[in-house]
Design a protein around this ligand. Structure first.
Ligand code: NAD
Length: 494
């Protein structure tokens, strides 16, 4: 079996240690690839290459924006040409149904095109000022940050990479990228593309390996100007601590425990379908998942019965055959989810459906967990407080709008949330009260390149996507011009 190599300074290279890692298909435990297992010495080489490309030669950041934009568009075209291969790779690696993987790849392609256009838009400020020094003209320019370290999770292997790489590269930065060691394969294809489109040597670097070594080294390095991380809140805290050494910029897209508030006047079938998408899409391995359903008491029994009926009807299987839901990403993760389920049962929550590993037929060797609904949950139930990151949803009830809002916000997280009601004024009132960065009214999960993505509270800081997602990878410089040279204004008069 070929070994997928790291990409450092324009070359495909094995890990210096010679170590490799087996990559497993979670649907059947087969080894589908071997990857180079990088260490701190590999990261150091990648950072040195990125630094030289940015601060030494500076070719990429100095290209005019039309040239940069043209190259970014070539990346999107090359991804489109390899769309099927990319989608199949993410399905084999992550487990997700193939149609969902195609959706991710299309979003990733659009993301490159979006930023290829955006960097050509004029922006920055211009000001005429007179503060006593005489007449001045002041204007701002946006410049790349420098060497950007990037660390991503396994739930959207390609898309989470592209949400970072597309804006950072468009802005003119150098990159050292580390994918999740569980799902690195689509990143290897992306870097094959980056290798072929004319990006100067050393500008983009891929180092695969474990978070504790490769990721930690990126976060700590004094030569990395920014670290941008998507992953769990616990590791996000470690990244923030590690980044203190040189006060590098930090972007954190972390976990969530998002409320899905459903009022009795909501469109019933619509709310059921969106609640299904909210929690069972992508096996529930979604940071913004609507994992806490908070429902008006009078509707609860009818709603839970219908939701359970829909959940029980879901097909599970190998993502390549497009079931409703694929396996969880790894054995460790499946065990973590099953532990949470056992804890909930022990704490007295009522398991309405699912709640076990599914091993029938072709699923025997895979990491499948039936879609699971827990009723009778309270704010003290562990799975109400902690992110499960699987197909597990809790049900809680409310009688008043205020109670719904209090329950929704009683969490350390603040990533997302939704409200279902046909009362427009109430929808707007409640959604404004949810302390989260991403909210929906009468839908759950739609995401756009145009709109900024990110969390409040312990769901992180910074934003991806939209114009804010570009600005994360830029510094702002003010340039001040003296329009009356030779005069010193008030200083002269002292
Ligand atoms: P994780 O935090 O375990 O790992 C994420 C990445 O960090 C991986 O590449 C991992 O190798 C690396 N890492 C681990 N330890 C590290 C360390 N000490 N230093 C540096 N890097 C380290 O998360 P995961 O299990 O891969 O992904 C699931 C988590 O990601 C969930 O909490 C989910 O909510 C979150 N997530 C958030 C968003 C968002 O946009 N907010 C999107 C997707 C996933």
């Amino acid at each position: 079996m070929d070994i997928k190599l790291n990409y450092i300074n324009g070359e495909w290279v094995p890990a210096i240690s010679g170590k490799t890692r087996d990559i497993i298909n979670p649907a059947n435990e087969e080894v589908i690839a071997k990857t180079a297992e990088g260490g701190t010495d590999d990261v150091s080489l990648a950072i040195a290459a990125a630094k030289e490309a940015f601060y030494g030669k500076g070719e990429w950041r100095r290209k005019n924006v039309q040239e940069r934009s043209d190259i970014i568009l070539k990346i999107a075209d090359a991804m489109e040409a390899r769309r099927e291969e990319l989608a199949i790779t993410d399905t084999l690696d992550n487990g997700k149904p193939l149609r969902e993987a195609y959706g991710d790849i299309d979003d990733a392609i659009h993301c490159f095109r979006y930023y290829a256009g955006m960097i050509k838009a004029p922006y920055g400020g211009a000001y005429d000022v007179n503060d006593g020094f005489g007449q001045m003209h002041s204007y701002t320019v946006h410049e790349p940050v420098g060497v950007c370290g990037m660390i991503t999770p396994w739930n959207y292997p390609l898309l989470m990479a592209v949400w970072k790489i597309a804006p950072a590269l468009s802005a003119g930065n150098s990159i050292v990228f580390k994918p999740s060691s569980t799902t690195p394969l689509s990143a290897v294809i992306l870097f094959e593309i980056l290798d072929q489109v004319g990006i100067p040597k050393g500008t983009v670097n891929l180092v695969m390996g474990s978070g504790g070594t490769v990721g930690q080294e990126i976060a700590e390095s004094m030569d990395v100007d920014m670290v941008t991380f998507t992953g769990s809140t616990e590791v996000g805290q470690e990244i923030a601590r590690a980044a203190v050494g040189n006060l590098k910029k930090v972007g954190l897209e972390l976990g969530g425990k998002s409320p899905n508030i459903i009022f009795a006047d909501a469109d019933f079938e619509g709310a059921v379908e969106w609640a299904m998408i909210g929690i069972f899409f992508n096996q529930g391995e979604v940071c913004s998942a609507g994992s806490r359903i908070i429902i008006e008491e009078s509707l609860k029994d009818k709603f839970v019965a219908r939701l359970a009926e829909r959940a029980n009807a879901m097909t599970l299987g190998n993502g390549m055959f497009d079931p409703d839901m694929g396996p969880l990403v790894s054995k460790d993760h499946m065990e973590k989810v099953l532990n949470y389920i056992e804890t909930a049962k022990a704490e007295g929550a009522h398991c309405v459906c699912g709640g076990y590993r599914y091993t029938e037929g072709d699923c025997a060797k895979g990491y499948f967990v039936r879609p699971t609904i827990f009723d009778n949950c309270t704010q003290d139930t562990t799975i109400v407080k902690e992110e499960v990151f699987g197909p597990v949803v809790t049900i809680q009830t409310f009688k008043t709008e205020e109670e719904a809002i209090t329950l929704a916000n009683d969490t350390i997280y603040g990533l997302a949330g939704a409200v279902f009601t046909t009362d427009g004024a109430r929808a707007l009132r409640v959604v404004k009260e949810i302390r989260a960065g991403i909210t929906w009214i009468n839908c759950y999960n739609p995401t756009f390149n145009e709109a900024p993505w990110g969390g409040y509270k312990m769901s992180g800081y910074g934003r991806e996507l939209g114009i804010h997602g570009l600005e994360e990878y830029q510094e702002i410089k003010q340039i001040n011009i003296n329009l009356t040279p030779g005069k010193l204004g008030w200083y002269e008069e002292r």
